[in-house]
Design a protein around this ligand. Structure first.
Ligand SMILES: [Zn+2]
Length: 441
């Protein structure tokens, strides 16, 4: 599929360039970057002709991914572990991600810090996300209570090493750390997101004044919006300075909540995240999370007490769910999956658009929301959905088998779904990763 030093041209009938859906056209890539994008008649000698129904778009950026391919980052904070996670999510269209370490012992943070620079060289890694350990125990979710703590000097030293590692994020509860800690982390080069927090809206306002710029999995594990105390939810919805990640799996947030979030934040502040766990990219139904057994049932990952333990979700499914649950346009969903997280990470001039000079991180998918190819820095990997047409003798499952028979509402409507998200969305099933669908068939 070429390498970083080579050039290639991808021809697609439809191209989402980061602003609007256009096409047919050609994207010329050279030295890992977009050289040109042209519309109209396809250039002769295209290296890659996408299937007629495929859409080419900026690759997805997932800022919260705890695991995949059977690996939990906390268990394998190693280059090999990171590689496995990234590879699993690339099948779901993710071309840039922040492998995410949840609250753990200082030694584990130090281990990850020790491989972070090498990890950053892995294609598709943009930085790391440390979710914890400075969380509020009353909003701990699945994080281990025993390890939740105010970071000491040794924790801080380890965490600050990520400030020089790509675009890395720390999720913390602002009410649980001194303001000077927030200053110190931002000065070290980290982005700070408020999460697992019971803060008042006023406390969040002060934190945002200090430079906190994100909110981690909006609505989940945070102080809710009440009449006289808007909490972190209210602060997130009301403050345009804040970007917010949201888990669009139909389980973590009610669709009414999703719509409220979209109305308040809009596509330029709301980001689709997976918060994925090791089961993505596998057919397993159980994994161990820091000594506790987590079980997958009907798309829901829970511990023994029923606490949600991350999501069983890929980015292409998050995009599909955003269209289905919010009734928003595919364009808006794609922006929340790429351009907006790129902006949050300070990479708005580098990623999230198909335009000259941008890095050639791309995804191609078909109307069934099957990824047919991804490119990172112009280096391609064609997805499972493309294998049959390429001559693989294995029978390609038809879309009814993969998605059930009522998918056509969405499949036929890609790009033509109502732009007015207030209109009633069509009923479509919310999907987990392909592995689950196959085994449930
Ligand atoms: Zn969390």
């Amino acid at each position: 599929m070429g390498h970083a030093g080579s050039s290639l041209t991808i021809v697609a009938q439809r191209i989402f360039d980061g602003n609007s859906m256009r096409g047919p056209g050609s994207v010329k890539i050279s030295q890992g970057r977009i050289e040109s994008i042209t519309f109209g008649e396809a250039e002769a000698g295209a290296s890659i002709q996408l299937p007629a129904d495929a859409i080419l778009a900026p690759g997805f950026i997932d800022i919260q991914v705890n695991g995949g391919g059977g690996v939990l980052l906390n268990d394998q904070p190693t280059e090999a572990g990171i590689q496995r996670i990234v590879a699993a999510h690339r099948k779901g269209g993710t071309t840039g991600c922040l492998p995410t370490l949840i609250t753990d012992r200082t030694e584990v943070i130090e281990r990850l810090a020790g491989v972070a620079q090498a990890g950053l060289k892995i294609s598709g890694v943009l930085g790391f996300h440390l979710e914890g350990p400075a969380l509020n125990g009353s909003r701990k979710g699945i994080h281990p209570q025993a390890e939740i703590r105010v970071p000491d000097w040794r924790d801080l030293a380890a965490i600050k090493r990520f400030g020089r590692c790509g675009r890395s994020i720390v999720t913390l509860a602002p009410e649980c750390v001194p303001g000077s800690t927030i200053d110190e982390l931002i000065d070290a080069g980290l982005r700070i997101a408020a999460g697992h927090s019971d803060a008042t809206a006023a406390e969040i306002g002060q934190a945002v004044d200090r430079g906190v710029s994100g909110v981690t999995h909006l609505f989940n594990a945070m102080s809710p919006l009440n009449a006289r105390e808007p909490g972190l939810v209210g602060a997130a919805l009301g403050d345009d300075r804040l970007f917010a990640g949201i888990i669009c799996d139909g389980i973590h947030v009610d669709r009414v909540g999703l719509r409220i979030a979209f109305r308040c934040k809009g596509r330029d502040r709301l980001m689709l995240v997976t918060d994925a766990m090791p089961l993505v990219g596998t057919n397993d139904r159980q994994f161990m999370l820091q000594g506790r057994q987590i079980t997958l049932h009907e798309g829901r990952l829970t511990g023994a007490d029923g606490t949600l333990a991350g999501a069983h979700l890929t980015m292409i499914e998050a995009v599909r769910n955003a269209v289905a649950l919010l009734g928003i346009s595919l364009v808006d969903a794609l922006i929340m999956a790429s351009r907006t997280p790129a902006a949050f990470l300070g990479l708005a001039l580098e990623l999230g658009r198909i335009a000259p000079g941008y890095r050639a991180d791309l995804v191609a998918f078909n109307p069934n929301f099957e990824v047919v190819g991804t490119w990172i820095g112009g280096v391609g990997s064609m997805g499972e959905a493309s294998e049959a047409p390429a001559g693989n003798s294995a029978r390609k499952p038809n879309s009814d088998e993969l998605y059930g028979t009522d998918h056509h509402d969405v499949a036929d409507g890609v790009g033509t779904l109502p732009r007015d998200y207030a209109s009633v969305p069509k009923e479509v099933p919310v999907l987990g990763p392909p592995g689950r669908r196959r085994s449930d068939r």
